[in-house]
Design a protein around this ligand. Structure first.
Ligand code: NAD
Length: 365
C-alpha cells in the first residue's frame, strides 16, 4: 500500500493507523490541513473490502473537509476518520471507547463527528475518553429551537439560502412564489428544505425511495408525487438532489430541463468534468460542498457556544459565498465547481501564509 505517493495523498499533514486487537478496532485518521484550525470531520464506519479502499476513502473525504470548512469561512481544518468494520456486526462499546482513547491521543488536532455507520450515541461513547468529538451536545439551534446535535435543520436552511442565491443569479428573481422545484430525497434535509420552499410560495415535486417520506411531503406540504425516473428531468426551474451522490453524470446532464441545480447531497458530480458539462448546457450548479455547509457551521458553533443569531448570520453567508462563485464563474468562463475549489484554496492558503509570517516575526523578535 502506498501512502506518500498515493494519488489522493495531496500533502496530508498527518495520517495515523490505529489497531486494538482486544476490541477489533482498526481505524485510520487523516488530517489534511490545519491552517485554519483543528481538523473537524466525520468518523465513518464501513466494511471496506480492503485497507487500500479505506485509505482512499479517508484521504478523499478529509481533503473535502478542508475545502468545505474554508469555503464556509470557519476556523477549522479538514480531517476524517474511518473505522474498518461492519457497523451492524462489529460495533461495540469497547471498540468505540478504544477509538475515543485514540482520538484523545491526537491532542485535539482532529475532532470526530457523526458520519455514516456512526450515530450521536456512538460519539457519546467515544466522548467518555476524549473531548475531541463534536455534534453531540444539546443546544439551541439557529432558529431558536432545541437541538440534540443533529445538524440537518441548519443544513436545510443553508441549502434554502443557497438555492435563493442561485435563483437570484440565474433567473433574476428575489421572490420564490410559484418557483417550480423538484426534490430528490425528502429525508432529514430534503423535507426541511421542502418546508422552507413551501413557506416561500414554491411549487414542489418530490420523489423518495421510502414511500412514507414521500407521503409526508405530499400530505403536509402539498407536494406533487414524481417517479424515480422523472424526478431529475421534470420541466421545473430548480432541481434539488438531497439523497445521494453522482446523480449528475453523462446520462442525466443532457436530459435536465431545470437551469438551476441546488441540493444537499454530497459528491453530486460523478466526475470532475461534469462541472463543465453543466456550464456548457447553461445550467447553474451550486457546488455541493458550498451549499451544504450549514451542518459543519452548526457543529462548529456548538463547540464555541455562539448565540442562535450568530449561527444564523454565518449560515446566511452561504448565499454571499455562492454569489461570489457564480459571479467569478461568469467572468472567467470557469465552471462553478472549479471556481469553488479555487476560492476554498485561497481561503486556507492565505491563512497558512499569515501563520508562517507571524512565526517568522516571532522568531525575529
Ligand atoms: P437522510 O437519510 O435523512 O435522507 C435521504 C433521503 O433520501 C431518505 O429519505 C431516503 O429514503 C432518500 N433516498 C435514498 N436514495 C434515494 C433515491 N435513489 N431516490 C430518492 N430518494 C432516495 O439524509 P440527510 O441527512 O437528509 O442527507 C441527505 C444528503 O445530504 C446526503 O447525501 C448527505 O450526505 C447530505 N448532507 C447532509 C447533511 C446533514 O446535515 N444531514 C450535511 C451535509 C450533507
Amino acid at each position: 500500500m502506498t501512502v506518500f505517493s498515493h494519488p489522493e495523498f495531496d500533502n496530508h499533514e498527518h495520517l495515523s493507523f490505529f489497531c486494538d486487537p482486544e476490541t477489533g478496532l482498526k481505524a485510520i485518521v487523516a488530517i489534511h490541513n490545519t491552517s485554519r484550525g483543528p481538523a473537524l470531520g466525520g468518523c465513518r464506519m464501513f466494511p471496506y473490502a480492503s485497507d487500500e479502499e479505506a485509505l482512499r476513502d479517508v484521504l478523499r473525504l478529509s481533503k473535502g473537509m478542508t475545502y468545505k470548512s474554508a469555503l464556509a469561512n470557519l476556523d477549522l481544518g479538514g480531517g476524517k476518520s474511518v473505522i474498518i468494520g461492519d457497523p451492524r456486526k462489529d460495533k461495540s462499546e469497547a471498540l468505540l471507547e478504544a477509538m475515543g482513547k485514540h482520538l484523545e491521543g491526537l491532542g485535539g488536532q482532529y475532532i470526530g463527528a457523526e458520519d455514516s455507520g456512526t450515530s450521536v450515541p456512538d460519539l457519546q461513547v467515544m466522548g467518555r475518553h476524549t473531548q475531541h468529538v463534536a455534534g453531540i451536545v444539546e443546544h439551541i439551534a439557529f432558529d431558536g429551537q432545541p437541538s440534540n446535535g443533529d445538524p440537518s435543520p441548519t443544513t436545510a436552511y443553508g441549502v434554502f439560502v443557497g438555492l435563493k442565491a442561485a435563483v437570484r443569479h440565474k433567473l433574476g428573481r428575489e421572490d420564490l412564489k410559484g418557483l417550480k422545484v423538484a426534490i430528490q430525497g425528502v429525508g432529514n434535509v430534503g423535507f426541511r428544505l421542502a418546508r422552507h420552499l413551501k413557506d416561500a410560495g414554491a411549487e414542489l415535486w418530490v420523489y423518495d425511495i421510502h414511500q412514507d417520506n414521500m407521503q409526508r411531503a405530499i400530505d403536509e406540504l402539498g407536494a406533487k408525487a414524481a417517479s424515480a425516473e422523472d424526478i431529475l428531468f421534470l420541466p421545473v426551474d430548480v432541481v434539488a438532489p438531497c439523497a445521494m451522490g453522482a446523480v449528475l453524470n453523462d446520462d442525466s446532464i443532457p436530459r435536465l430541463k431545470a437551469t438551476v441545480i441546488a441540493g444537499a447531497a454530497n459528491n453530486l458530480l460523478q466526475r470532475p468534468d461534469h462541472d463543465q458539462a453543466l456550464k456548457d448546457r447553461g445550467i447553474l450548479y451550486a457546488p455541493d460542498f458550498a451549499i451544504n455547509s450549514g451542518g459543519i457551521i452548526d457543529v462548529f458553533y456548538e463547540r464555541t457556544g455562539a448565540s442562535p443569531d450568530e449561527v444564523r448570520a454565518h449560515v446566511e453567508g452561504i448565499g454571499q459565498t455562492l454569489t461570489e462563485i457564480f459571479t467569478r464563474s461568469e467572468a472567467s468562463g470557469i465552471a462553478t465547481g472549479a471556481v469553488a475549489n479555487k476560492l476554498a484554496e485561497e481561503r486556507f492558503r492565505a491563512r497558512a501564509e499569515n501563520a508562517s509570517e507571524s512565526r517568522e516575526q516571532l522568531a525575529g523578535a
